[in-house]
Design a protein around this ligand. Structure first.
Ligand SMILES: [Fe+2]
Length: 420
């Protein structure tokens, strides 16, 4: 385990889950009649089938949106204890039972889902006692959102305890990003409950088809986006491999922008965007002759101008792709300097998009920490000196401070940040 905050977080989640378990154990909540037992087995298998079949986008909000249509009915039909049990066991993902996956994280995931279901069930009971009809789309929606909210609060607390988020990060944006598909999930859950109650077991066959169809629709969407990015990424990798000195550059810069971005309070919605931009930032170099890109000696003014055209070339190359609209400004401005002496537009300070300022810093950091034709990689002390020297001139001073803090706290060990 990493540090104290994280240990406290994990222990708290374990204790809450254990508390709920003891609270319900031995009460009539844990009693199952044969039909309910059948339902426990059926819903658990259905959930496992979904979890194991969901490869694209798993680990993100996708997995929870796909499993939610079963989790809600499980809570509805089986009550908090068994609903929680079905959800915790049914959401095991293939990567979580691979060798090397930490057992304590496996238990942590189960505990968080168990807790989310139990807390949502209190909310359900409160609404039903308040005179709402048992099957009511709004109640189901409320349960769906409550489940998501509780889950998100825990995830957020976990990320925060793990110091991946800075305190300035916005929880509302984080939760919204992960809640986008709850509406569809809720609708599927309502249909599930209604069909089950009117048609009992034969209805389950229809539900199987329905839930799988829902999964396929969601997966198809993610597959489409993923394969699109894969094409672009391999396209961008061509640039890295052209030059032995910059091999892996885009990948490393993508990691740095994510780390710096999180600490700078960039919202989780904007993180994937800046990561994609980092992977593509030098794509404009594809249009520049290798003889210039790889020239060991001094460049002529004309050659230097050609190199300097790569941010604009990159923007031009990608501008017709609608899906990448958000990335254009980041790519165009990644060589601007904080003092306005950069290119292509000579923008200054806050006029440079925030993400472009992060990218520019990460890009330069990777240059410092890798060997180049003209010099060896700098060591940590030299990098820190260079960052101090360029803070406020080349780089945004606030972002530079963040990176310096990260380095001083050994965020990157010598093998990760420094290419040997
Ligand atoms: Fe560049």
């Amino acid at each position: 385990m990493r540090d104290r905050g994280w240990t406290i977080f994990v222990t708290t989640i374990y204790l809450i889950a254990a508390g709920f378990f003891i609270y319900f154990f031995g009460t009539d909540q844990t009693y199952l009649d044969p039909t309910e037992l059948g339902l426990v087995i059926l819903l658990t298998s259905l959930l496992l089938l979904l979890s194991f079949g969901t490869t694209v986008g798993s680990g993100s909000g996708t997995h929870s949106s796909i499993t939610l249509p079963i989790i809600i009915p499980a809570l509805y039909l089986l009550g908090p204890f068994w609903g929680g049990f079905v959800s915790a066991i049914g959401t095991i993902q293939p990567n979580q039972i691979k060798k090397g996956f930490p057992v304590y994280i496996f238990i942590l995931n189960r505990a968080m889902i168990f807790i989310s279901v139990i807390i949502s069930s209190f909310w359900l009971r409160f609404l039903v006692n308040g005179g709402f009809e048992w099957i009511n789309i709004w109640i189901v929606a409320a349960i769906g959102f409550s489940y998501n909210l509780v889950n998100n609060i825990m995830l957020w607390a976990g990320l925060w305890a793990d110091r991946k988020l800075s305190s300035g990060n916005n929880f509302i944006l984080f939760a919204l990003e992960r809640t986008r598909t709850v509406f569809i999930s809720t609708l599927v859950a309502v249909i599930f409950i209604i069909v089950y109650q009117s048609h009992a077991l034969p209805g389950i066959l229809i539900l199987f088809a329905l839930v799988f169809l829902f999964r396929d629709v969601l997966q198809a969407r993610f597959k489409h986006i993923n394969s699109f990015f894969q094409v672009i990424e391999s396209f961008a990798r061509v640039i890295d491999t052209k030059d032995p000195y910059t091999r892996g550059h885009s990948e490393r810069v993508a990691q740095y922008v994510e780390d710096i971005g999180r600490r700078a309070g960039l919202s989780p919605i904007r993180i994937p965007r800046i990561v994609q931009a980092a992977k593509l930032h030098d794509v404009g170099k594809l249009g520049i002759p290798e003889a210039i890109l790889l020239k060991p000696g001094r460049l002529t003014a004309q050659e230097y101008d050609q190199i300097k055209s790569h941010p604009v070339r990159g923007e031009k190359l990608l501008e017709d792709i609608e899906m990448l609209d958000d990335l254009m400004a980041i790519i165009r401005h990644h060589h601007e300097r904080y003092d306005g002496k950069g290119y292509p537009d000579g923008r200054k300070g806050e006029d440079i998009p925030f993400e472009a300022r992060i990218l520019s810093l990460a890009d330069a950091f990777d240059c410092m920490t890798t060997d180049r034709i003209y010099r060896k990689a700098m060591n940590k002390e030299e990098v820190l000196e260079e960052l101090e020297r360029c803070s406020g001139t080349q780089f945004d001073p606030h972002l530079t401070r963040i990176l310096i803090d990260m380095l001083q706290n050994d965020f990157y060990d010598e093998n990760f940040g420094w290419q040997k």
